[in-house]
Ligand binder design. Structure first.
Ligand code: SF4
Length: 440
């Protein structure tokens, strides 16, 4: 029996694509391994969002030259967002000739055919389509967890934020037909899935490409009716598309998790305009106000980019001010890095690295105490936790998440993995909570 290994870079979308690749390969009688030496097929599912991730991919592919020399039958394949970029394709085909199969983000379903072609001809097979309006519903996923699952609801993005490569690598936005999504989640629920995370580059615009009137809020309402599903999450939201209808669901549907991840990116209107985000800080603050009126204790998280081209001290201070005004539970924070192929890469006034690092540090100094303060509110409270895994550092400790997305560590038996349990919180840290299991 042949063995495969998938190395995944990037976001949840890519993680879920890897689950689909795994499903396709298991259908071809491949089995997974985590040892490169044992693998007959190694696939890199790549991310193009950051240059550093691309460089890591080149480094790891280069290292496989030695293994390929010892094991000439080893198939090395690269797929994902990087492969949609012409410059990358050029580098791979000229400098990494030991790569056998290259395929794009829209071609996972063709993998058996690509492997067969390579095996027959021994040649490098390249199969990348620029855009695939049709969504292939025949591919399932070999999911990492049985009790929580990612479910795609949209593919691609139409927003063209000036720093982002995604619209060029994932193509234009397409929504899946609701019937397919509901059917997939019903199946998941029957096999023990309790939590679904609905995935899309901009889930709030779900439905816009459908032939009928059906919104993201309609979809959530329909998923809420599915027996067995206890928690509904979604990633990622765009402030310009979040609707009042969706916000009102936080007050109506108890399975909709008490968490909203709403990327702001910058607190400066001037920078938001340069980023082509199509909202202002005032718009964003209004949304937060509405959400908190419906759900006062909701956990709000965000994404922030520090050092976007042209960001002045005043712009950065606007970001700090917005962070304080909103009071985020936590944030994914990024130092702006030039992404070739995006408009921002050619903007003047790129910010000096030292300035970016200093601003980043100052941002952390504002974010962390707020996060800690929110976490302290959980002290002595009993919260419901979905148990996810055994801690990597201590096998007596379990990790799980609250409805609001907080990571909780507590002592427990690994037989509880996949269960919803009650945990009393005894310690609050900046990024995590600790607690003790409450007798059920
Ligand atoms: S909304 Fe903007 S940041 Fe998000 S994927 Fe689309 S272009 Fe990229």
């Amino acid at each position: 029996m042949k063995k495969y290994l998938i190395r995944t870079f990037g976001c949840q979308m890519n993680e879920h694509d890897s689950e689909k690749i795994s499903w396709v390969l298991e259908g071809m009688n491949y089995r997974s391994t985590d040892r490169e030496e044992d693998a007959d097929l190694i696939i890199f599912n790549t991310c193009a969002v950051r240059k550093s991730a691309e460089e890591r991919v080149y480094g790891q592919i280069g290292e496989l030259k030695r293994l390929k020399r010892i094991k000439p039958g080893l198939i090395i394949s690269i797929c994902g967002c990087m492969m949609q970029r012409d410059e990358v394709l050029e580098i791979i085909t000229s400098k990494h000739r030991h790569v056998d199969i290259i395929f794009g983000t829209n071609n996972i379903h063709k993998l058996p055919q690509l492997i067969n072609n390579h095996e027959k001809t021994g040649e490098t097979i390249i199969d990348i389509v620029e855009e695939n309006r049709e969504i292939d519903e025949s591919i399932e996923a070999n999911r990492k967890y049985s009790f929580k699952s990612f479910v795609n609801i949209t593919y691609g993005c139409n927003n063209f934020c000036t720093y982002c490569i995604v619209p060029y690598t994932r193509g234009r936005e397409r929504s899946r037909e609701p019937e397919y999504i509901i059917e997939e989640i019903e199946k998941l629920a029957k096999t023990g899935c309790k939590e679904v995370t609905l995935l899309g580059q901009n889930v709030n615009s779900y439905g816009k490409t459908l032939d009928k009137e059906y919104s993201f809020a309609d979809l959530i309402r329909d998923i809420h009716k599915i027996d067995g599903i206890e928690r509904i999450r979604f990633m990622t939201s765009h402030p310009k598309d979040i609707s009042d209808e969706l916000i009102s669901l936080y007050g109506e549907l108890d399975k909709l998790c008490n968490q909203l991840h709403l990327p702001i990116q910058s607190g400066s209107n001037r920078i938001l305009k340069l980023m082509n985000r199509k909202y202002t800080r005032e718009d964003y603050l209004k949304i937060i106000d509405k959400v908190r009126r419906v759900k006062p204790d909701i956990s709000i998280t965000t994404d922030l980019i520090v050092g976007f081209p042209g960001e002045t001290e005043d712009d950065f201070n606007d970001t700090l001010d917005l962070v304080k005004k909103v009071g985020f539970d936590s944030a994914f924070t990024f130092l702006y890095s030039v992404r070739e192929g995006t408009p921002a890469a050619n903007m003047k006034d790129q910010v000096d690295d030292e300035v970016k690092n200093q601003r980043f540090q100052r941002l952390m100094e504002v974010l962390h105490p707020i996060g800690l303060e929110y976490n302290r509110r959980y002290l002595d409270q009993t919260v419901e936790v979905l148990v996810e895994e055994v801690s990597k550092n201590n096998e007596e400790i379990l990790n799980g998440r609250t409805n609001s997305g907080k990571l909780v560590h507590f002592k427990g038996d690994k037989g509880l993995i996949g269960e919803l349990v009650d945990v009393r919180i005894t310690k609050a840290k900046t990024f995590t909570l600790e607690g003790v299991l409450v007798d059920q």
